[in-house]
Design a protein around this ligand. Structure first.
Ligand code: SF4
Length: 364
């Protein structure tokens, strides 16, 4: 299908008018709709969709950027290892500038650590074949990225000197726990267009059951996002919250069974620290016993400090990720914190809210 149809100005105009004139005008309060996908924030900023919405409909960015929620405890641990042992660390480009409590990968590289950027786990494995030292892939991402990691470990012939330090995280349980704890509040949830291709939509049924929240999946074109907002408002107005598929051309209700099987074969879900959000049970993908030979945390005896506290240096990423403030409310935004010299992770990745707002010209 031609994607241009989803950005057709007439369709976009019609959707925004229906939201404004038909659905939102029936709601006599402010409605907070959260998305949990950095690419959705990118689309919303790029297409200027917030400007097309009425005053009482607020779309806020939630914990949808995997780089942003990677704990500085893990970044510190892998950087310490890179500086003290003869190892090579590989990771994605948008991790390189993310600060730990002391250093970023980029700064550690300038101090002599062997740190290389890769585009995928397959790239990381190929680089390992021409290296004599242990290569540790710092594996970041939600289920969309965890699934290829699992498939690679199952299917490929992998060199003995290849290891993984997993900071992969599982979205649905993380967002559910944050809702349950009251750390995030919303009237409707736009489901992640990438991650839900793997997890499917069924896992979000309990959001509806336990919190009465409309949940609608969305693609990434302007009309996709507006359609999801419209469907959420319709559910609010009819008083019938449910899980609805607004991205049928890509997502199905059950998700990708093959990918789910690969994830279950390679990983189990353990508690994980989400940067700025704390420890959340059963949200961190850790390697199962049969794959422990790849586990850098075990094979390199990674130790963490007791009572670790994230040091944010005035950064308010935790509040941005929870949708409690916008980047403009952080006094460092676009002054001391810029994509060239980021203070927090939300200003680093293309999925980070602060970076998206900055790139979109959101500067007061
Ligand atoms: S602008 Fe920078 S310091 Fe402020 S919350 Fe965003 S990333 Fe953190």
């Amino acid at each position: 299908m031609d994607l241009e149809v989803f950005n057709d100005p007439e369709i976009v105009k019609k959707l925004s008018e229906t939201i404004k004139n038909k659905e939102s005008s029936r709601i006599n309060r402010t409605v907070k709709i959260m998305h949990i996908c950095g690419t959705h924030e990118n689309s919303i900023v790029r297409f200027g969709l917030r400007d097309l919405l009425p005053e009482n409909i607020k779309v806020i960015a939630g914990p949808g950027c995997p780089v942003c929620v990677t704990s500085s405890r893990d970044i510190d641990a892998i950087i310490d290892l890179a500086l003290s042992e003869n190892v090579r660390i590989t990771t994605f480009g948008d991790m390189l500038k993310v600060p730990g409590t002391k250093l970023s990968f980029q700064k550690a590289h300038s101090l002599g650590a062997d740190i290389q950027m890769v585009y995928s786990i397959f790239d990381a494995i190929e680089q390992t074949r021409s290296s004599k030292k242990p290569n540790i892939f710092f594996a970041c991402g939600f289920e969309t990225t965890a699934a290829p990691t699992a498939s690679a470990l199952i299917d490929l012939d992998i060199p003995d000197n290849f290891f993984i330090y997993s900071v992969h995280k599982y979205t649905p349980k993380g967002v559910y726990a944050l809702l349950k704890s009251g750390k995030i509040n919303m009237d409707g949830l736009i489901l992640p267009g990438h991650a839900a291709t793997i997890s499917g939509l069924e896992v979000y049924e309990r959001f509806v059951k336990d919190f009465g929240i409309p949940c609608v999946s969305a693609g990434f074109e302007a009309a996709d996002v507006l359609l999801a907002i419209l469907l959420i408002l319709k559910q609010i107005n009819s008083g019938t919250p449910k899980v609805e598929n607004g991205y049928k051309r890509v997502i199905n209700y059950e998700g990708n069974k093959k990918a789910q099987e690969a994830l279950n074969e390679v990983f189990f879900l353990d508690s994980a620290i989400w940067r700025g959000l704390g420890e959340i049970n059963e949200t961190g993908y850790e390697l199962n016993r049969n794959y422990s030979r790849f586990d850098a945390k075990k094979n390199f005896g990674i130790k963490y400090p007791d009572n670790f506290i994230e040091h944010q240096k005035g950064c308010r990423c935790g509040e941005v990720i929870l949708g409690n403030i916008t980047p403009l409310e952080c006094h460092l935004y676009a002054k001391r914190c810029t994509p060239e010299d980021p203070i927090g992770p939300c200003m680093v990745s293309d999925e980070g809210t602060c970076k998206n707002w900055y790139d979109g010209g959101g500067i007061e």
